[in-house]
Design a protein around this ligand. Structure first.
Ligand SMILES: Cc1ncc(C[n+]2csc(CCO)c2C)c(N)n1
Length: 226
Protein backbone atom coordinates (compact mmCIF):
# COMPACT_ATOMS: atom_id res chain seq x y z
CA UNK A 1 0.00 0.00 0.00
CA UNK A 2 1.23 3.48 -0.91
CA UNK A 3 0.80 5.90 2.00
CA UNK A 4 -0.89 9.25 1.36
CA UNK A 5 1.73 11.95 1.91
CA UNK A 6 0.14 14.51 -0.41
CA UNK A 7 -0.27 15.43 -4.08
CA UNK A 8 3.28 16.42 -5.03
CA UNK A 9 4.75 13.29 -3.43
CA UNK A 10 2.35 11.01 -5.32
CA UNK A 11 3.37 12.58 -8.67
CA UNK A 12 7.10 12.68 -7.91
CA UNK A 13 7.02 9.11 -6.68
CA UNK A 14 5.48 7.75 -9.86
CA UNK A 15 7.76 9.92 -12.04
CA UNK A 16 10.77 8.34 -10.27
CA UNK A 17 9.42 4.89 -11.27
CA UNK A 18 12.00 2.12 -10.98
CA UNK A 19 14.45 4.41 -9.21
CA UNK A 20 11.92 4.71 -6.40
CA UNK A 21 11.50 0.94 -6.20
CA UNK A 22 15.29 0.46 -6.15
CA UNK A 23 15.38 2.76 -3.11
CA UNK A 24 12.45 1.50 -1.01
CA UNK A 25 12.98 -2.19 -1.86
CA UNK A 26 16.80 -2.29 -1.69
CA UNK A 27 18.20 -5.59 -0.29
CA UNK A 28 19.36 -3.61 2.76
CA UNK A 29 15.70 -2.74 3.48
CA UNK A 30 14.56 -6.36 3.04
CA UNK A 31 17.30 -7.38 5.47
CA UNK A 32 16.08 -4.84 8.02
CA UNK A 33 12.57 -6.22 7.71
CA UNK A 34 13.32 -9.92 7.96
CA UNK A 35 16.24 -9.50 10.38
CA UNK A 36 18.85 -11.04 8.04
CA UNK A 37 20.86 -7.81 7.62
CA UNK A 38 24.31 -8.41 9.13
CA UNK A 39 24.87 -6.37 12.28
CA UNK A 40 28.16 -5.00 10.89
CA UNK A 41 26.35 -3.51 7.87
CA UNK A 42 23.70 -1.98 10.11
CA UNK A 43 26.25 -0.38 12.43
CA UNK A 44 28.29 0.96 9.53
CA UNK A 45 25.10 2.47 8.11
CA UNK A 46 24.05 3.88 11.48
CA UNK A 47 27.39 5.58 12.14
CA UNK A 48 27.35 7.16 8.66
CA UNK A 49 23.72 8.08 9.16
CA UNK A 50 24.58 9.99 12.32
CA UNK A 51 26.80 12.35 10.31
CA UNK A 52 24.12 12.39 7.59
CA UNK A 53 21.58 13.64 10.13
CA UNK A 54 23.87 16.47 11.25
CA UNK A 55 23.99 17.81 7.68
CA UNK A 56 20.33 17.04 7.12
CA UNK A 57 19.47 19.20 10.12
CA UNK A 58 21.45 22.00 8.42
CA UNK A 59 19.41 21.46 5.24
CA UNK A 60 16.14 21.72 7.19
CA UNK A 61 17.49 24.84 8.91
CA UNK A 62 18.02 26.25 5.40
CA UNK A 63 14.31 25.56 4.82
CA UNK A 64 13.59 27.97 7.70
CA UNK A 65 15.69 30.60 5.89
CA UNK A 66 13.87 29.93 2.58
CA UNK A 67 10.41 30.11 4.19
CA UNK A 68 7.97 32.87 3.27
CA UNK A 69 5.37 32.31 6.01
CA UNK A 70 5.42 31.61 9.72
CA UNK A 71 3.59 28.32 9.05
CA UNK A 72 6.44 27.20 6.78
CA UNK A 73 9.04 28.34 9.32
CA UNK A 74 7.31 26.43 12.12
CA UNK A 75 7.01 23.23 10.09
CA UNK A 76 10.68 23.36 9.02
CA UNK A 77 11.92 24.22 12.48
CA UNK A 78 9.86 21.35 13.99
CA UNK A 79 11.75 18.99 11.66
CA UNK A 80 15.11 20.45 12.75
CA UNK A 81 14.05 19.77 16.33
CA UNK A 82 12.85 16.22 15.57
CA UNK A 83 16.19 15.48 13.90
CA UNK A 84 18.46 16.92 16.56
CA UNK A 85 16.28 15.70 19.42
CA UNK A 86 14.70 12.36 18.60
CA UNK A 87 16.22 10.81 15.52
CA UNK A 88 19.86 11.40 16.51
CA UNK A 89 19.05 10.17 20.03
CA UNK A 90 17.83 6.86 18.59
CA UNK A 91 21.17 6.44 16.79
CA UNK A 92 23.13 7.32 19.93
CA UNK A 93 21.11 4.81 21.96
CA UNK A 94 21.61 1.92 19.55
CA UNK A 95 25.31 2.71 19.03
CA UNK A 96 25.94 3.11 22.79
CA UNK A 97 24.73 -0.45 23.32
CA UNK A 98 27.39 -1.57 20.81
CA UNK A 99 30.12 0.40 22.56
CA UNK A 100 30.23 3.36 20.15
CA UNK A 101 29.80 6.59 22.14
CA UNK A 102 28.53 10.01 20.98
CA UNK A 103 32.03 11.51 20.66
CA UNK A 104 33.16 8.63 18.45
CA UNK A 105 29.99 9.04 16.35
CA UNK A 106 30.57 12.73 15.78
CA UNK A 107 34.14 12.01 14.64
CA UNK A 108 33.09 9.51 11.93
CA UNK A 109 34.66 10.29 8.54
CA UNK A 110 31.93 10.72 5.95
CA UNK A 111 31.78 8.20 3.10
CA UNK A 112 31.66 9.84 -0.35
CA UNK A 113 28.09 8.55 -0.92
CA UNK A 114 27.06 10.26 2.30
CA UNK A 115 28.82 13.52 1.50
CA UNK A 116 27.39 13.60 -2.04
CA UNK A 117 23.83 13.22 -0.82
CA UNK A 118 23.69 15.88 1.91
CA UNK A 119 25.67 18.46 -0.03
CA UNK A 120 23.44 17.88 -3.07
CA UNK A 121 20.39 18.67 -0.96
CA UNK A 122 21.94 21.77 0.61
CA UNK A 123 23.04 23.01 -2.82
CA UNK A 124 19.52 22.50 -4.20
CA UNK A 125 18.29 24.82 -1.47
CA UNK A 126 21.06 27.39 -1.84
CA UNK A 127 20.66 27.65 -5.63
CA UNK A 128 16.86 27.50 -5.66
CA UNK A 129 13.84 28.34 -3.53
CA UNK A 130 11.92 26.31 -0.94
CA UNK A 131 10.34 24.15 -3.68
CA UNK A 132 13.76 23.02 -4.96
CA UNK A 133 14.92 22.32 -1.43
CA UNK A 134 11.79 20.37 -0.46
CA UNK A 135 11.92 18.31 -3.68
CA UNK A 136 15.44 17.20 -2.68
CA UNK A 137 14.46 16.63 0.98
CA UNK A 138 11.27 14.68 0.27
CA UNK A 139 12.67 11.23 -0.66
CA UNK A 140 14.49 10.96 2.63
CA UNK A 141 11.62 11.79 4.93
CA UNK A 142 8.78 10.20 2.95
CA UNK A 143 10.72 7.19 1.67
CA UNK A 144 11.50 6.13 5.23
CA UNK A 145 7.82 6.60 6.04
CA UNK A 146 6.80 4.29 3.20
CA UNK A 147 9.47 1.73 4.13
CA UNK A 148 8.57 1.83 7.83
CA UNK A 149 4.84 1.45 7.12
CA UNK A 150 5.44 -1.52 4.80
CA UNK A 151 7.86 -3.35 7.11
CA UNK A 152 5.59 -2.81 10.10
CA UNK A 153 2.61 -4.39 8.32
CA UNK A 154 4.82 -7.30 7.21
CA UNK A 155 5.62 -8.00 10.89
CA UNK A 156 9.31 -7.20 11.38
CA UNK A 157 11.81 -9.63 12.87
CA UNK A 158 13.35 -8.92 16.26
CA UNK A 159 16.85 -7.56 15.48
CA UNK A 160 15.67 -4.31 13.87
CA UNK A 161 12.28 -4.00 15.52
CA UNK A 162 13.18 -0.69 17.14
CA UNK A 163 14.16 0.81 13.77
CA UNK A 164 10.98 -0.41 12.07
CA UNK A 165 8.75 0.76 14.93
CA UNK A 166 10.32 4.23 14.84
CA UNK A 167 9.60 4.81 11.15
CA UNK A 168 6.45 2.69 10.90
CA UNK A 169 4.98 4.16 14.12
CA UNK A 170 2.07 6.59 14.16
CA UNK A 171 4.19 9.53 15.36
CA UNK A 172 6.55 9.28 12.39
CA UNK A 173 3.67 8.64 9.97
CA UNK A 174 2.06 11.85 11.21
CA UNK A 175 5.32 13.74 10.63
CA UNK A 176 5.32 12.41 7.03
CA UNK A 177 1.77 13.66 6.48
CA UNK A 178 2.78 17.07 7.93
CA UNK A 179 5.83 17.25 5.66
CA UNK A 180 3.60 16.24 2.69
CA UNK A 181 1.25 19.11 3.57
CA UNK A 182 4.20 21.50 3.92
CA UNK A 183 5.40 20.51 0.43
CA UNK A 184 1.95 20.88 -1.17
CA UNK A 185 1.40 24.26 0.53
CA UNK A 186 4.85 25.55 -0.46
CA UNK A 187 4.29 24.48 -4.10
CA UNK A 188 0.71 25.87 -4.23
CA UNK A 189 2.05 29.22 -3.08
CA UNK A 190 5.00 29.41 -5.47
CA UNK A 191 4.07 27.48 -8.64
CA UNK A 192 0.24 27.26 -8.45
CA UNK A 193 -2.06 24.45 -7.34
CA UNK A 194 -1.75 22.43 -10.56
CA UNK A 195 1.85 21.47 -9.81
CA UNK A 196 2.47 19.38 -12.91
CA UNK A 197 1.29 22.24 -15.17
CA UNK A 198 4.03 24.57 -13.94
CA UNK A 199 7.08 25.15 -16.16
CA UNK A 200 9.15 24.41 -13.05
CA UNK A 201 7.69 20.95 -12.54
CA UNK A 202 10.21 19.01 -14.67
CA UNK A 203 13.16 20.46 -12.79
CA UNK A 204 11.54 19.77 -9.41
CA UNK A 205 10.86 16.15 -10.40
CA UNK A 206 14.49 15.85 -11.45
CA UNK A 207 15.60 17.11 -8.03
CA UNK A 208 13.40 14.49 -6.37
CA UNK A 209 14.64 11.63 -8.57
CA UNK A 210 18.30 12.57 -8.06
CA UNK A 211 17.80 12.46 -4.29
CA UNK A 212 16.06 9.06 -4.69
CA UNK A 213 19.14 7.77 -6.52
CA UNK A 214 21.39 9.10 -3.76
CA UNK A 215 19.21 7.32 -1.15
CA UNK A 216 19.64 4.00 -2.99
CA UNK A 217 23.40 4.74 -3.06
CA UNK A 218 23.32 5.23 0.70
CA UNK A 219 21.76 1.78 1.26
CA UNK A 220 24.29 0.34 -1.15
CA UNK A 221 27.13 1.86 0.90
CA UNK A 222 25.79 0.11 4.03
CA UNK A 223 25.12 -3.13 2.15
CA UNK A 224 28.70 -3.22 0.77
CA UNK A 225 30.04 -3.10 4.36
CA UNK A 226 28.52 -6.45 5.28
C1 LIG B 1 20.11 8.19 4.51
C2 LIG B 1 18.89 8.50 5.31
N1 LIG B 1 17.77 8.84 4.67
C3 LIG B 1 16.67 9.11 5.37
C4 LIG B 1 16.67 9.07 6.74
C5 LIG B 1 15.45 9.35 7.54
N2 LIG B 1 15.37 10.72 7.93
C6 LIG B 1 16.29 11.64 7.75
S1 LIG B 1 15.75 13.20 8.16
C7 LIG B 1 14.28 12.63 8.61
C8 LIG B 1 13.16 13.53 9.05
C9 LIG B 1 13.26 14.11 10.40
O1 LIG B 1 13.00 13.21 11.41
C10 LIG B 1 14.24 11.26 8.46
C11 LIG B 1 13.16 10.41 8.84
C12 LIG B 1 17.85 8.72 7.37
N3 LIG B 1 17.91 8.68 8.70
N4 LIG B 1 18.95 8.44 6.63
Amino acid sequence: MIPDYGRAFALWRSAAGQEWDAYVAHPFVDGLGDGTLPRSAFLHYLAQDYVFLIHFARAWALAVVKSETLAEMNAASATVQALLGEEMALHRQICAREGIDATALEAIVEAPENLAYTRYVIEAGLAGDLCDLLAALAPCVLGYGEIGARLKVAGPAAPYLEWVETYGGEEYQELCRDVGALIDGALDRRIGTDHAASPRWGRLSERFTTAVRLEAGFWQMGWAAK
